[in-house]
Design a protein around this ligand. Structure first.
Ligand code: PRP
Length: 233
């Protein structure tokens, strides 16, 4: 959000929780299957082999992720080129979950960017956060006057991101926006301004492409749901 004129997200403002989670922007990147499609991609890293019996379903395929990242990158590049940022775009990735998205997104952007990382930990159970956040790794550089785009893997309750945005705003960036790969509209507890959203997904616990359960499954190339017997809260 820019310090003086926080952007607003029309989807979030109008969302009432009475319609199924979906992303109207997702259609160009769908592969024709209702829930993502097959996990296999021919590389052997299809989860079936990696985590036999532990993945219940594929929510977003590797191909859908790749396609949507290309779209987001074009949109971000156009916005920042038009927005007089003078070529200054600083991506702030939130470790560890966003690492896959951050690196693929940065490489898809047709404009130069710089990369910074923060690691935060949200107290809570293994499948939900509390909003009480501590910084495990801070930024290496001052962001005052910079055009900052926070790159997140998922917005669940929104509590972590809400805290992070308040923290970053105190450092006086020129602009501060958010790009998240995933958002769960039905789980959001606090209104956070998110300008770029990859996919809205149902309120299910998901893993893969950076997202973990007990530090496992981050290496899956797709987003999937975990077999219920694997986790218990
Ligand atoms: C995840 C994710 C977000 C946050 C979203 O991080 O990367 O930062 O939870 O949850 P919320 O919207 O309910 O606050 P996590 O704390 O699991 O750490 P990780 O990225 O290292 O896996």
């Amino acid at each position: 959000m820019s310090p003086d004129n926080p952007p607003r997200n029309p989807d979030m403002e109008t969302y009432r929780g009475d319609r199924p989670a979906q992303n109207p922007d997702m259609s160009p990147c769908r592969d024709g299957t209702a829930r993502g499609g097959a996990a296999g991609d021919g590389t052997g890293r299809d989860g079936t082999a990696l985590y036999a019996g532990e993945i219940a379903s594929v929510l977003v395929t590797e191909g859908q992720i790749r396609c949507r990242i290309r779209e987001l990158a074009q949109q971000v590049a156009a916005d920042y080129q038009a927005g007089h940022s003078n070529g200054d775009l600083l991506l702030v990735g939130v470790l560890k979950g966003a690492v896959m998205f951050m690196t693929d997104f940065a490489r898809a952007l047709p404009i130069p960017v710089q990369l910074e990382f923060m690691a935060v930990s949200s107290y809570g159970s293994s499948t939900s956060s509390s909003g009480v956040v501590r910084i495990l790794k801070d930024l290496d550089r001052d962001i005052a006057g910079r055009h900052v785009l926070v790159v997140e893997d998922i917005i669940d309750s929104g509590l972590t991101l809400s805290w992070l945005l308040r923290n970053l705003m105190t450092r006086r960036p020129a602009t501060l926006e958010v790009c998240t790969l995933l958002r769960k509209p039905d789980a959001i507890q606090i209104d956070v301004p998110v300008r770029y959203i990859g996919f809205d997904i149902p309120q299910e616990f998901v893993v893969g492409y950076g997202l973990d359960y007990g530090e496992r499954y981050r290496d899956l190339p797709y987003i999937g749901t975990l077999a219920p017997e694997i986790y218990a809260d």
